[in-house]
Design a protein around this ligand. Structure first.
Ligand SMILES: Nc1ncnc2c1ncn2[C@@H]1O[C@H](COP(=O)(O)OP(=O)(O)OP(=O)(O)O)[C@@H](O)[C@H]1O
Ligand SMILES: [Mg+2]
Length: 362
């Protein structure tokens, strides 16, 4: 070993700049998992092109990888969708509580994406009045999807800057939650998207509209949380298209948990079609009643089934205070909003667990 090489090793730089490395070594250099590197390759146009594509996988020149890692400072948003085919199981409540706690307690920059035409996440976060104004001006995600259906030659109307609502929480200690609002008009747009089956529209890939539109801002965030409607239609697939993983909130009863294997199967199929990994992050138990036999036996059944995603340890209790948190109103602290009798603590514990699982799995 020559002197220069030894010095480099001592400085922790053991690779020569013109050495060739595979994806495994890139992950090692960046200190992240292989999946993260695959995501960078798929999402980030700045990721270097391989020098060669060998049977064992692509190889890259170390100098280029190093330059790339420096430029991106290894920062990337974690994108997570909230899904369940059953309605009213706490998807939206889980999404906004995670968003506000990630920001208020942990200083994370969070983007909420409301893909549900019911606009619940939007009105919880900015109120009816602000939503109504944005909707009149066309500054919602309905405009993005409507653009895909416009006649040839007509200019697109979606304006990311005007649609993105920054720093919107009504809780004083929450500073860094942004929102891409939804619209009731999305119901109609979703139906029309579903009936378009050929031509220019499908050449545009109908599940890639959201990804293309928000790419410029995505990595400004630590977490992007996507609230999906209770179906797996084209709009939901747009959310999954940008997601590294998903969570399934569920009330622990027979009917609410019935569709979980179907969600897993459909998401897996979609992920394989687009050549991405979409991790099953976990099942979130919502509206939990400790005295309910059905709730407890359902949770045991979910925990024991090796084919289901892991059941997250922090259960969210059923509580009036949590139901009231959906009301748009000024509040000083997160504890005031979610409740002092253990409700805030349950969400806070869930948030910690969520961050750990997300960072491990995506
Ligand atoms: N832990 C809880 N305790 C009591 N009420 C709750 C709790 N979580 C949610 N709720 C209430 O239950 C209702 C449904 O919750 P939420 O809107 O979060 O569910 P959802 O799955 O998003 O519904 P949808 O399928 O309609 O989008 C709301 O009125 C909400 O305020
Ligand atoms: Mg909802």
């Amino acid at each position: 070993m020559n002197g220069l090489h030894r010095k480099r090793q001592m400085a922790g730089i053991s690779r020569d700049d013109d050495e060739l490395v595979g994806l495994y070594e890139v992950a090692e250099m960046a200190g992240v998992s292989r999946t993260v590197v695959s995501n960078w390759r798929n999402r980030d146009q700045r990721f270097p092109a391989p020098i060669a594509d060998l049977k064992s996988g692509p190889v890259f020149r170390v100098a280029q990888i190093r330059r790339y890692l420096k430029r991106r400072k290894t920062h990337m948003a974690h994108v997570v969708s909230t899904i369940n085919l059953k309605g009213g199981v706490g998807k939206t409540t889980t999404t906004f509580a995670l968003a506000e706690i990630l920001s208020g307690e942990y200083g994370k920059r969070v983007l909420c994406v409301d893909l549900d035409p019911q606009t619940n996440l939007t009105t919880v976060l900015i109120g009816e009045e602000a939503w109504s104004k944005l909707n009149k001006e066309g500054h919602t995600l309905a405009t993005l999807f409507r653009d895909a259906l416009r006649p040839e030659g007509e200019p697109p109307k979606f304006d990311l800057e005007k649609t993105l609502q920054r720093g919107i929480s009504s809780v004083r200690e929450v500073h860094r939650v942004d929102l891409l609002p939804s619209s009731l008009d999305l119901i109609d747009v979703q139906d029309r998207l579903g009936t378009m089956s050929s031509g220019k529209f499908f050449a545009n890939n109908p599940t890639d509209l959201l990804r293309k539109a928000i790419k410029p801002v995505l990595d400004n965030y630590d977490y992007v949380l996507v609230d999906c409607p209770p179906n797996l239609g084209i709009v939901t697939l747009n959310g999954l298209r940008i997601s590294d993983g998903y969570i399934i909130p569920t009330i622990p009863d027979v009917l609410s948990t019935y569709g979980i294997p179907q969600i897993q199967r459909r998401v897996r199929e979609f992920a394989s079609n687009i050549g991405e990994d979409i991790a099953e992050i976990g099942i979130v138990i919502t509206k939990y009643r400790a005295a309910s036999t059905v709730h407890n036996t359902t949770i045991s059944r979910l925990e024991e089934d090796p084919n289901l995603p892991v059941v997250m340890e922090s259960f969210i209790p059923e509580a009036d205070r949590i139901a009231a948190s959906a009301e748009f109103a000024e509040r000083g602290t997160l504890r005031q909003k979610y409740g002092y009798q253990g409700q805030f603590n349950a969400f806070n514990a869930l948030t910690k667990e969520f961050m750990k699982l997300v960072e491990e799995s995506v």
